[in-house]
Design a protein around this ligand. Sequence first.
Ligand code: ZN
Length: 412
Amino acid sequence: MIFANGEVRGLKKVAKLLQKYKEAAGQDTNKSKCNLFMGGITLGRRRAITQELGVEEGALPETYLGVPIFMVYKWPMSLIEEAEKAMRNLLWTGNPAERKKTTVSWDKVCKPVEEGGLGIRKLKDINIAMLMKLAWRCKTGDDEFSVFIRSKFLNKDAAVIQYYKCSSAWPGIMLGLKEVNSRSQWAIGNGAKVDIWRDNWAGTCSIQEGLKLSDGMLKGCRSKVMAIITEHVVDCPDQLQTLVLNAGVDLTDMVRTDEEDTLVRCPDITGEFSTKSAFCEVRRKRNTISWHKNVWHRAVHPKFSGTAWKLFHNSAATEASAKGKGIKLASRCPICCCHEESLKHLLFECPRAIQVWGWLMGKFKFRGECNDRQEALKKAVNRSTIVQQLWNASCIAVMVDHSLETKKQGSV
Ligand SMILES: [Zn+2]
């Protein structure tokens, strides 16, 4: 599934991406099996886009009040699993319906490149990020859609209604609001927009949360912050001030201005909302690795990069053996037949591997040994950039070549 905005530049990039994919993977995209789903644009523009990409337009109901439907709903887990299964199959076999036993987990695949993944985004995280975008718009926007959503999902006290059986969009809005509320804070301007009780405006949470007040307890409490701050000082009844203090909210230095109140996103340094940054917040983060630069370097052929990536996940060596169903993994190296098969043996310790590394190091006039991946890749550290690149590409090629050789031998 590829998402893009409808600008010519974006579409050209999509077409280029598909072309690159074709060149690198040798798999063509079947345009007759593809569908385009577009929302919020004119008929003429849609025609132009379908012509540009040469793909037919799909017939799903694609908008909800002019907002792309993908953004409005919380996607059911069953749908996500089904779609990710097709994505997985497409990645490993080139066919969404054909399954292959793989040894790199989907979890590892769905990490950014610098964390050792392929940069594929989990659909659940994309879904939450989009719902957050919708919730953000609903909280801050003044357009018709935002006003509509607010009147539909908030009660008279501006509290989110707890159950709305007539709307299938409600669970999604709730989820988005929950995520957005926990990661944003109002910067007070004139205080007209901000709810004293329910909005987070001067501390780390709202007064409602801080004092653990239920919606029922706040029934009828609809004051905005503008009611308690004047131009220079906070003018707030003592009782409320004590309450506010107990909730951990500091009212000192709060000054009213003529500006509108703005909702600020806490994790983002600019304070503005973007789906990209929302995605980064919701996804699970892992440690970064350094080998991605070696594997995905432009001097390395993309086909080699793919196999090398699997090797770096310790996956490719046993792949040949695991290929046949029910066959036990070989315990001996298929090349020298006298050692236990392990990735380290195949790539560095097997007599043939030692011979190849020796020959390659001789060509580069490097000394010492290549006993493992890290050692091998570090050999050119103090050399010129061109030698470094050449060495890196050669190392990757040797490792990939060895693993492919093993595959051949293993399948005989
Ligand atoms: Zn061996």
